[in-house]
Write a protein that binds this ligand. Structure first.
Ligand code: GDP
Length: 452
């Protein structure tokens, strides 16, 4: 994802500053200029970037900081806070409640990814025990109903629509009525998008909204439009009461930073981001964990949530136990690689751990990463139990490395590379030593502790 580049550039700027022997005005300015350039490249509005720079300088008054102060930490924290402020409208969106019917209406321009996102949203909640249903009130685009039907069938989600009825308001009303009777608790209404922001589109949206009385209207927006997101989100907001935004196609666009920041400026929170065409390429958007990940600080609360979500329940206690012990052996790495390959999405788990993500599982290059993981596993297949269960790399002398290379048919440099990867992961893992495993809901405290 291109945003990873933005995160990388900001982290690098902070790192360079940390490496300086003395942090003076010149070093701070260089660091801030580098961050500014990175944000502008990600299409964040100039005014926002300038404000951010000004605010950081206000917080980090080098003259006032006593010699003992950790300037690096203070600057890093100020950058973190400013990025959060930029993305956070400070207003939460409506949260549907399980077991109680909520109507969620999706609006957005044609091609923004609206229909795909409706299914992703339904699928996401279905996995969490909700009873979602999809209503296709897009009578304008030929094939819209078929697309929704196909997606819904694949995900085993009930759907409603019509090939013959041309009145979207009627379909929406009927669909919502039907699914309320069937005790669905998340009734998702997909509306038509059209090409431009035509008056007719807004009028139709207004009518569907009036007829179905949605609890939440979600505006779906394509991230590739960057800063233009601001005007678009505002135009929609003026016609119907948009309560939340989902930004799609965050997997491949240089303008993602611009879209995210522009949306926040419209005072509607971004609640999810779309990160690919597949059903599960969909992530909850939470400002602080997002910025943490962007800066390579990790997202520990998301990490724990993901473990609960994707690791089979019977394996969770063992994995968490190993995490808290902090000793990371090659065997644990092997088992986690198995999980990654078996479950696909667990790759997302590791992207939340600082240091784990960018090199081993870069977004958009999953196939390549999977091949690499498989190669690493072949090499580990040639290891003895003693080697797999040791967390001491000193054991891996030249003759052992040569034996593993021969046994797996891989070059020696690759075995060395795998051991380097192990070393890096072990360092990350060791940070978790002694952690009290939190229950769900206690995550933010944990996140604060570790990120501190
Ligand atoms: P709609 O006209 O707004 O309903 O848009 P669709 O749901 O038909 O999506 C338009 C195109 O965008 C399709 O090819 C989708 O597969 C693609 N798409 C939707 N969301 C994402 C995303 O998050 N990432 C990527 N790469 N493609 C997406």
């Amino acid at each position: 994802m291109v945003l990873a580049q933005l995160g990388g550039s900001i982290s690098k700027a902070l790192q360079r500053m940390s490496n300086a022997t003395i942090i003076d005005e010149k070093v701070l300015n260089e660091c801030l200029n580098e961050i500014t350039r990175a944000l502008l490249q990600a299409d964040v509005q100039f005014r926002m970037v300038a404000d951010m720079q000004k605010n950081i300088k206000k917080v980090v008054n080098l003259d006032d900081l006593a010699a003992g102060h950790n300037k690096r930490r203070i600057i890093q924290q100020a950058v973190f806070n400013e990025l959060c402020k930029m993305l956070d409208p400070g207003k939460p969106s409506f949260t549907p409640k399980k077991g109680k019917p909520s109507v969620i209406m999706f609006v957005g321009l044609q091609g923004s990814g609206k229909t795909t996102t409706c299914t992703k949203y339904a699928y996401y909640h279905q996995k969490k025990g909700w009873k979602p249903a999809l209503v296709c009130a897009d009578t304008f685009r030929a094939g819209a109903f078929d697309q929704l039907k196909q997606n819904a069938t694949k995900a085993k989600i009930p759907f409603y629509g019509s090939y013959t009825e041309s009145d979207p308001v009627k379909i929406a009303e009927e669909g919502v009525e039907r699914f309320k009777k069937e005790s669905c608790d998340l009734i998702i209404v997909d509306t038509s998008g059209r090409h431009k922001q035509e008056v007719a589109l807004f009028e139709e949206m207004r009518q569907v909204s009036e007829a179905t009385k949605p609890d939440l209207i979600i505006f779906v927006m394509d991230s590739s439009i960057g800063q233009a997101a601001f005007d678009q989100a505002q135009a929609f907001k003026q016609s119907v009461s948009v309560g939340a935004v989902i930004v799609t196609k965050m997997d491949g666009h240089a303008k993602g930073g611009g879209a995210l920041s522009a949306v926040a400026a419209t005072k509607s929170p971004v609640i999810f981001i779309g990160t690919g065409e597949h059903m599960d390429e969909f992530e909850v958007f939470d400002v602080k964990p997002f910025v943490s990940r962007l800066l390579g600080m990790g997202d520990w609360s998301g990490f724990m949530d993901k473990i609960h979500e994707v690791v089979p329940t019977d394996q969770q206690p063992e994995l968490l136990q190993k995490l808290t012990e902090g000793s990371f052996t090659l065997r644990i790495m092997y088992e986690q690689f198995q999980n990654i390959l078996k479950m696909g999405p667990i790759g997302q788990v590791f992207s939340m751990i600082p240091g784990f993500s960018s090199e081993l599982m870069p977004k958009g290059r999953e196939q390549e990463s999977q091949a690499k993981i498989k190669r690493y596993m072949y090499m580990m297949d040639s290891m003895t139990n003693e080697e797999l269960d040791s967390s001491n790399l000193k054991l891996m002398n030249d003759s052992r490395i040569m034996r593993i290379a021969r046994g797996s048919g891989r070059p020696i440099v690759e075995v060395m590379e795998m051991l380097e990867e192990y070393k890096r992961l072990a360092k990350v893992w060791s940070k978790m030593k002694g952690l009290k495993i939190p229950k769900k809901g206690e995550m933010s405290a944990l996140s604060r502790n570790i990120n501190a």
